[in-house]
Design a binder for this molecule. Sequence first.
Ligand code: SAM
Length: 205
Amino acid sequence: MAPSPQGDANDAARYWEQRYQAGSQPWDLGQPAPPLRAIAQEFRAQKITGTMAVLGCGRGHDALLFAAAGLTVTGFDFAATAVHQARSLAQQHQLPVTYHHQDIFTLDATWNQTFDYVLEHTCFCAIAPHQRPDYVALVHRLLRPGGRVIGLFFTHSRSGGPPYGCSVAELKALFCPPLHLISLEPAIHSILSRQGEEHVGYFQR
Ligand SMILES: C[S@@+](CC[C@H](N)C(=O)[O-])C[C@H]1O[C@@H](n2cnc3c(N)ncnc32)[C@H](O)[C@@H]1O
């Protein structure tokens, strides 16, 4: 039977791994998501440093963006091919991103309060919706007190997935509490196929 993104952890990992092996990865922009570029630029301009986790980092384009801006970045993904390619890209760009080939839901307590930032981009929409409360609990415990989730959320309203859509109201209800909402606004500079369907959110622990 073909693996399913909604199956158990092994099944979901096999689903994503097969997508990368088949080169069937339309979510991969081959570059950082444009709405995140402005955020990274702000980090660079203000010389903001710190640690950042990128969950479901794929081939690591967004991780590289924030590493280049001066952050100490750790990427996590359970698709071996994505992690392998992310490591090669980091080497090519000579940027020191650390990647872990791991299911984010198995990160143990040694990771608690490790990060100043968690970057969310197309991981939340990739997990099965029933895992969303676990995702929020995970980002909450990964963040240091005062740390922030920076998210580019896919807020489309079509049924099915992945990508599974989410409304602004659902995002607020899921993340707050345990986090505090700083802002959640429509994204600007989305790629054409995602225009009007992305929000940039900041949530603080
Ligand atoms: C739609 S892709 C997005 C990848 C990347 N963020 C990007 O924009 O190119 C979703 C990614 O999340 C990863 N993923 C999904 N569930 C995961 C989990 N439980 N643990 C680790 N990685 C996961 C998949 O392997 C895949 O690389």
